[in-house]
Design a protein around this ligand. Structure first.
Ligand code: COA
Length: 358
């Protein structure tokens, strides 16, 4: 049966590091509170645009697959922080990379965006509507961070990850995937004032709001159910799973999901301490690091599961192929910066406050 398999992978994490100690200088918080509630120690703050990070991650993914930009027929960017409302960030990626033969568009399922994109890309490839898809999860969440809201400011970070998906008729590839959402909770995690909605109070515009407890409660339930369904639908047993790569939102949510799946800690990939919650970018960044660290062997069964604003959720089970090493390597990198993460965040806060004062 024709389906999609991952043949290339890559990531881009911006150089400026925002530690919990840095946050202590900006707001009334502590390393102890942040670590115990979320598992986060530091996150990255970008000095460039979302599409610039996407391009670096995508360049590594293309080289890893041994392809050139002309080989790609579809570019999907999963993001909730696009460069602009029009055009899609995917077209800025095309502008910067070439990709002359590709149709380009974005999808927004918040933190579930990458797994939604994987489901979509697999469907396109299975039906021969696409042959080689570049799927990027890329986020510049730092624009939405309000350093006066300590309940959200400590959680989010910037970054990008990308995969190349190609057709396979073998035993590898996406075995099963599912998606879901509950619009009754659409306002539990939201960033108003950046779309076409009118009459948004100026002091509420352009920043993220979250009912943390509601999101937490639902995440624990839906992540577990979605992941279990993806395993069952793939015709596998839980003991067949070699690695779970969950969305990196909160170590307590990840631990609860792993318990529900009866997985031991060594079968769960976590890098949340280094990057915080990078929304749609978190799973492709984690996948790339899992491969770099030798955590995936040929033929392994890998499960992705995510949860996010919407509220949305999604999961997928993949059988990994024979290759766990990149075919080629790219030297793509972001330009250097002298700015610290605190300087970048403070500047963004001033820009937003200026915007709301106008
Ligand atoms: N530093 C110190 N104290 C903080 C704080 C911070 N950064 N943020 C909030 N607090 C305080 C609150 O003001 C509250 O104080 P109070 O009891 O005096 O009112 C206290 O800590 C407890 O707040 P609470 O909301 O009960 O904490 P929690 O245990 O629910 O943890 C989250 C908060 C946000 C970490 C947790 O709800 C969570 O992870 N939710 C899911 C978030 C998520 O993953 N979102 C993305 C989904 S993709």
């Amino acid at each position: 049966m024709r389906r999609a398999t991952i043949t290339g992978w890559g990531k881009c994490v911006p150089p400026a590091v925002l530690t919990n100690a840095d946050l202590e200088t900006l707001m009334d918080t502590s390393d102890e509170w942040i670590t115990s509630r979320s598992g986060i120690k530091e996150r990255r703050i970008t000095h460039v645009e979302n599409s610039d990070m996407a391009v670096v991650a995508a360049s590594h993914a293309l080289a890893s697959a041994g392809l050139t930009d002309d080989d790609i027929d579809t570019v999907i960017v999963a993001t909730c922080t696009p460069d602009r409302v029009i055009p899609a960030t995917a077209t800025f990626v095309q502008e910067k990379m070439g990709l002359r033969n590709a149709a380009c568009y974005d999808i927004n399922a918040a933190c579930s965006g990458f797994v939604y994109g994987l489901h979509l890309a697999n469907s396109l490839i299975a039906t021969q509507a696409a042959h080689r898809v570049l799927l990027i999860g890329s986020e510049k969440l730092s624009v939405l961070i309000d350093i006066e809201d300590r309940s959200t400011a400590v959680l989010f970070g910037d970054g990008a990850g990308a995969v190349v998906l190609e057709a396979t008729e073998g035993t590898d590839g996406v075995l099963a995937s599912n998606m879901g959402s509950d619009g009754q909770l659409a306002r539990a995690l939201t960033a108003p004032g950046l779309g076409s909605e009118e009459d948004v109070p100026v002091d509420e515009a352009g920043r993220v709001y979250m009912d943390g407890r509601e999101v937490f409660r639902n995440a624990v339930v839906q992540m577990g159910s979605a992941a279990l369904a993806a395993v069952t639908d793939a015709g596998l047993e839980l003991e067949d799973i070699d690695l779970l790569i969950p969305h990196q939102a909160n170590v307590r949510i990840i631990d609860a999901t792993a318990r529900r799946m009866d997985l031991s800690p060594e079968k769960v990939f976590m890098n949340i301490a280094s990057y915080g919650n990078t929304s749609a970018a978190s799973i492709p960044i984690a996948l790339t690091e899992a491969l770099e660290e030798g955590r995936i062997d040929p033929g392994d069964n890998v499960v992705f599961v995510a949860f996010g604003g919407g509220l949305t959720w999604a999961a997928a089970t993949l059988a990994w192929g024979e290759r766990v090493e990149p075919i080629g390597r790219s030297d793509a990198a972001l330009p250097p910066t002298d700015s610290t993460a605190v300087e970048l965040l403070t500047k963004r806060q001033k820009t937003r406050l200026r915007g709301t004062a106008e």
